[in-house]
Structure formats: C-alpha cells, structure tokens
Design a protein around this ligand. Structure first.
Ligand code: NAD
Length: 373
C-alpha cells in the first residue's frame, strides 16, 4: 500500500475500542479514523464526539462496504466477529480482530479461507505479547537466563462474585454485561480471557501437546463458566504449565494477575498491576548468581508504549508495509490468524477435557460445546 495514511474504521465502540484501538489510531501520524460503527446510538455518538470521526454507522455492514476504509479494527462481541471478518476480507480491508476470533474452529477456518483468498493482512489482537514485560520474559527465556524452563504457573482473577440483581451502571459498562448474561457468547470467562495466556504460552514455549481442565460455573446465575483450572503439556516435553483463571473468587474487583516461571537455574516472578496502563509490570529474577528486584520498572511505560498501542502501531506498520522497528517488536512475533486459531483451539480443548474428564491431545479432533443447566 503506497498511501501515506491508513484510513481506519473501528467496529464496536466499547471498552476494547476505547482503551485499546481508538487512542492509538488517533495519535499515530500514519493513520486516521475515518469511520466507526456500533448498533448502540449512545456508544456511537460518544465516540464520534470524543474522536471527531467523520462517518458513524449504526449498521457495521455499511462501514465494511465503505470504499474509503482501508483497514478495520473489529471490537464487537465475539459472536459478531465471523460475519464482520468475512465481509471485510471480501472487500479487501486489512483486519485487526479482537480475541477470541470466533466461537469455534469452523468459524475461524472460514475466516482463514477468506483472508488467504483475498490476500489481506489479518492480525489477532492478543495484546499481551506487546507488553514490554512479557516481551522481556520471552527474550530471557530465549537467552536461557534461568536455564531450561520446566514449569510455569499463572494465576489471574477478576472478582465478580455476585453482582446482585441491579449492578451499578458503570460496572455493567466496564465489563460489558453481555459476557455474563448473553447466550450468544458461546463461552464464559475462559473463552474471554484464556486466549491471552494460551497465546503467550505458545509464544514463549512453542506448541502445546495436551490439555487437562476443570471448567466450572460457580455463580449459577451466569450463562457460562467462571472458574477454571488447566494443566498443559508442551511438544517440548520438558515443560508443563498450570493456568488458573476466575471471575468467581471473592476479592478485589480488578483481582490479581501473577505468574512464576521456573528454570533449572532460577525463577522469574511477574505481577501485572491493576492499572497496567499506568504502572510497569513487576518482574523479579532469582538465580544463584544474582537476584534482581523489579526489573519491570526499567521498561518503557508511557501511553505510546502500552501493549495495546504497540499492537495497533504494529498493525498500522504492517498494513502500510513499512518496518516495525519503531515499535521494537519483531514482525515475526506479531500474532497472526493462525495464532488466534491456536489460542481458540486450546479454549475448546479445555471445555472438551472438562466435559469428558479426560486429557485432550492436540490437534482437537472433536468438540461438543459445554451445556450449563
Ligand atoms: N484484547 C483485550 O485485552 C480485550 C479487552 C477487552 C475486550 N476484548 C474483546 O473485545 C470484544 C469487545 O469487548 P468489549 O469489552 O469492548 O465489550 P463492550 O461491551 O465494552 O463493547 C462492545 C461494543 O460492541 C457493540 N456491539 C454490539 N453488537 C455489535 C455488532 N453486531 N457489531 C458491532 N458492534 C456491536 C456494543 O454496543 C458495544 O459498544 C470482545 O470480543 C472481547 O473479548 C479484548
């Protein structure tokens, strides 16, 4: 693409768009937001005024058919991704699509076909890879700073134990209440948050071999799961991982997000702060030779270097076919549609493992969606 500025359309004007996508497109000298779409008139108006966007569509299809739009960010609820990706691909628009890419692998395979056929760029919006802290850990794993890794454990929760019959309006907007109440979601907390860490774990340690999971619904008023424990093995048979994710744990609304990476010569401990957009990740390194406290505070932490910003900047650079050097993130690490598929496959394998109470080997051969009743 030879044009100087990428002309972008953003679909879905909720949290992901407002926190992650719109501010970077607006700030970048290489892009301009020319259109937004959202069926909610109120959300549309608020974002149009905030970002001074020329075109605002109630019907996302109209944005997807708009010939002035070169590229789209798809930030709608999960169930809307499939048709929007297919229409964008057919119309030759580059796509940055939020996770989870779809509700099942059949959906994502249709997306892959359309993306390959129309030769467009597709980036999966698993933004954690772009966090300087997680990138630092990836680089240390590659350098074997703590030797060969044998285990990693992740514990991540947001407290949404019981929102009661009339939760506060701000809370509803903050979490996108459809997550807990709408049958169209196709899954609960694991589908929503699992892709982030499945993506990181694959990026750090390579392909996953097997999954064993307990996927539970603690709050019976929810349409889907809210507490999950998973054990993973890797094709690299020396490594295992455990992942615990919950929206059922009583505690701080913003919860906790911590991890431990164990190598034969030492450990890394990391903690992602609640206000991850303001504070750097806390990282500690423990080895026999030297222990380092809070390495994370040395890493860049300004708006332009947030994970979301680096993700969107990488997308713009790729779409304009220019180098990604200014982001400091190698192009080969930018998450593709195939990475997005692999992350979703692990979510579905976890459901299948919990349903059958068996270890599931990848690739996933059979999947029956969980039924909560
Ligand atoms: N990468 C991340 O860290 C991250 C963070 C939050 C959300 N997400 C993902 O982004 C997506 C949106 O989540 P959110 O938290 O922004 O939700 P949200 O409820 O805050 O926003 C969703 C917006 O989409 C609109 N919408 C509803 N149906 C639509 C449709 N058919 N087409 C277009 N817009 C539609 C809603 O009116 C709302 O404005 C989800 O897939 C979610 O998993 C990713």
């Amino acid at each position: 693409m030879s044009k100087k500025k990428l002309r972008v359309g953003v679909i879905g004007c909720g949290n992901a768009a407002k926190i992650g996508h719109l501010p970077t497109y607006q700030k970048s000298p290489l892009s301009e937001i020319i259109a937004i779409a959202d069926p909610s008139e109120a959300h549309l108006k608020k974002v149009q005024d905030m970002y001074n966007v020329p075109k605002a569509y109630n019907n996302p299809d109209e944005l997807l058919d708009d010939p002035d739009v070169d590229a789209v960010s798809i930030c709608s609820p999960h169930w809307a991704h499939l048709n929007q990706v297919l229409r964008a691909a057919k119309n030759g628009k580059h796509i940055l699509c939020e996770k989870p890419l779809g509700l099942n692998l059949e959906e994502v395979d249709k997306m892959i076909k359309a993306v390959e056929k129309n030769k467009i760029l597709f980036q999966t919006a698993t933004q954690k890879r772009f966090d300087y802290g997680f990138q630092y850990l990836k680089e240390q794993i590659m350098k074997k700073t703590i030797g060969d890794i044998f285990h990693v454990s992740i514990f991540w929760y947001h407290s949404m134990t019981d929102l009661g019959p009339n939760p506060r309006k701000e809370l509803i907007e903050e979490i996108g209440m459809w997550r807990l109440t709408d049958e169209r979601c196709g899954g609960g907390d694991l589908l929503d948050h699992g892709p982030h860490y499945f993506d990181l774990l694959r990026w750090w340690f390579g392909d996953i071999k097997s999954v064993y999971a307990q996927v539970r619904r603690i709050n019976q008023s929810r349409v889907n799961e809210d507490h999950i424990n998973i054990i993973l093995t890797f094709k690299n048979k020396d490594i295992t991982a455990s992942f615990e994710r919950s929206q059922a744990i009583f505690g701080d609304r913003f919860g906790e997000e911590i991890g431990k990476i164990h190598g034969i010569k030492g450990n890394y401990f990391f903690e992602v702060p609640h206000a991850y957009f303001l504070k750097p990740m806390k990282i500690q390194q423990q080895t026999r030779r030297k222990s380092l406290e809070n390495i994370g505070k040395e890493l860049p932490k300004d708006e332009w270097n947030l994970s979301f910003a680096r993700e969107v900047r990488s997308f713009i650079n790729q779409a304009l076919d220019v180098s990604n050097d200014d982001v400091g993130f190698p192009e080969k690490w930018i998450p593709t549609i195939y990475d997005g598929r692999a992350a979703l496959e692990l979510v579905l394998a976890s459901y299948e493992s919990s349903r059958t109470q068996k270890i599931i080997n990848l690739p996933l051969k059979k999947y029956t969606p969980p039924v909560w009743c």
